[in-house]
Design a protein around this ligand. Structure first.
Ligand SMILES: [Fe+2]
Length: 312
């Protein structure tokens, strides 16, 4: 496939309230600008209705109400466009942000909630006990997974591997960033992976591996997962190196080689995501991870995540 054939163009358009463009860093992604006017009016409408982050946490319907406030500003078709992009195999992802109209992180939560409820419904995040989770990366860390470890590569994976519910999409929003060099989100579209055939056609592609979560995720169950599965007649992937338990040396080698191959693929994107911006990707055919940060005693970064399903 040449570059033009795979360039994400289908959804490119411009209205008074928003513009959908090809992403400057990737042929697969779109970047969406909402006008500052529409964004300010949206935040004002939420304020007028007295909807706080706590209210969103306690009252699920309020999350849909604020999505409607954003749609009032940009037009009803906007939600369909976002879902269309995430479903589109050729793309499956976009970035979008608050265009510097606010630096209030509560309003970042509000904005990401409006976007997530246009895509579908977020799953309960057991790590935070909420429909979203905020987590920090600092100079030091004593947790039990690579999620918060700054100076290590966080290898490419999909989310929701160890939970018993669909995880169709993922949103990651940059909340705070101080003294951070490196640490970019690494992304790989499954169809760009040079070695895909080798691993999809391997006998272990159809093996059900056991996945178990570490303690911090607050999930006790074990679950069996195929690494590759059929998704609209193309492969979908379910993989994370940290939580999969092979039974044999042969299985371990398959998983190790798969992870190494993903990591070294020339098509991995290292995404620049400014504070107040989020990236949304389809979790079935995009893998994500994080580059290592450069050492800094004052490093502080905070991300928000939401994972969820499409409405049927
Ligand atoms: Fe993840």
């Amino acid at each position: 496939m040449n570059v033009l054939e795979k360039k994400a163009l289908k959804f490119v358009q411009k209205t008074q309230a928003y513009e959908i463009e090809p992403h400057p860093q990737s042929d697969r992604l779109y970047h969406i600008n909402i006008s500052t006017n529409a964004l300010s009016n949206f935040l004002e409408a939420v304020k007028q209705d007295d909807i706080s982050v706590q209210h969103l946490e306690y009252t699920p319907y309020a999350r849909h109400i604020i999505a409607s406030y954003l749609l009032n500003q940009v037009g009803e078709e906007f939600a369909e466009l976002l879902r269309g992009i995430l479903h589109d195999r050729q793309s499956g992802g976009f970035t979008i942000g608050l265009e510097d109209v606010t630096e209030n992180t509560d309003e970042y939560v509000i904005f990401s909630t409006a976007i997530s409820h246009m895509l579908g419904a977020p799953n309960h995040d057991s790590m935070s006990g909420k429909y979203y989770a905020r987590f920090t990366v600092k100079d030091t860390d004593s947790s039990d997974s690579y999620l918060r470890q700054a100076y290590r590569l966080f290898t490419l994976h999909t989310d929701g591997t160890f939970v018993d519910e669909p995880t169709d999409w993922l949103i990651m929003m940059k909340m705070v960033e101080q003294n951070a060099r490196g640490g970019e989100s690494r992304l790989l579209h499954l169809d760009d992976w040079n070695d895909i055939d080798k691993y999809v056609k391997h006998p272990l592609a159809n093996h059900k591996f056991t996945y178990k979560a570490p303690k911090s995720k607050n999930i006790d169950q074990e679950i069996e997962r195929l690494t590759f599965f059929n998704h609209n007649n193309k492969p979908g992937i379910c993989f994370i190196d940290q939580f999969v338990y092979p039974d044999t040396i042969e299985q371990a080698k398959y998983l190790r080689d798969l992870s190494t191959s993903l990591e070294n693929d020339e098509h991995v994107i290292e995404l620049e995501l400014p504070v107040g911006n989020l990236v949304a990707i389809n979790n079935i055919f995009w893998l994500h991870g994080r580059a290592a940060f450069e050492k800094d005693p004052n490093l502080y970064r905070e991300l928000l995540r939401q994972r969820g399903r499409f409405n049927q």
